[in-house]
Design a protein around this ligand. Sequence first.
Ligand code: 13P
Length: 248
Amino acid sequence: MRQTLIMGNWKMNGTRAESQALAKAIVAGLDAGDQGIAVCVPFVYLSDVLSIIESTPVALGAQNVADQEKGAYTGEISATMLKDCGCTYALVGHSERRTYYGDTDTSVAARFCQAQKQGVTPVLCIGETLEEREQDKTFSVIDQQLNAVIDAAGVEALANAVIAYEPVWAIGTGKTATAEQAQEVHQYIREGLAKQNADVAENVQILYGGSMKPENAGELLSMNDIDGGLIGGASLDAESFLSIYRSA
Ligand code: 13P
């Protein structure tokens, strides 16, 4: 049985005080036995948030990680630093990174490897644009983004990773993939992995991301191959985020 994982991605939002308040409100809504919940916080607030979620069920994640180990890379944050700051997870290859900051399949694979080397679990984000979907390229885009990582790290590396399918056209647009559209891609990903390693395919958590909200989370999360959510906008409100968590 795969454990469900509900992960918030706060993106570039909030002040220190707001981040602390949000973390406190999330913690306040949880019970001791809860698990499978995480927040990906802006780098500068990782430590502030850690001090609130330490010894609670909420795990800490970063939104990116450098593709190099250390050295003269001004402005970058290494996997060692993230580990040191208490991160369990790091997003790699988020579509906003790929679109606005030039992250390529090659650099995403390098980030993935750096995170794993330090024991930070990479959350590999993949997904097609609207144009690619309309040209029937969804599966080939998924293959290309996933294979870049498998070629660099080996399929077994996905045993210690999370995959997030985030159709670019559904991110921040209010347009959610239907449960069937999402399930189709999640199943495609899992079946493709199963051809290479059945255990990895069976156990890897595949999250859906893209306008997931309390109103649609239940249906999406009821699908066989959807093991959780990566939530942007709705994760900035503790009540919405907790409501999604409860529907899982
Ligand atoms: P939204 O939930 O705001 O669409 O963002 C999804 C996302 O990009 C999570 O990483």
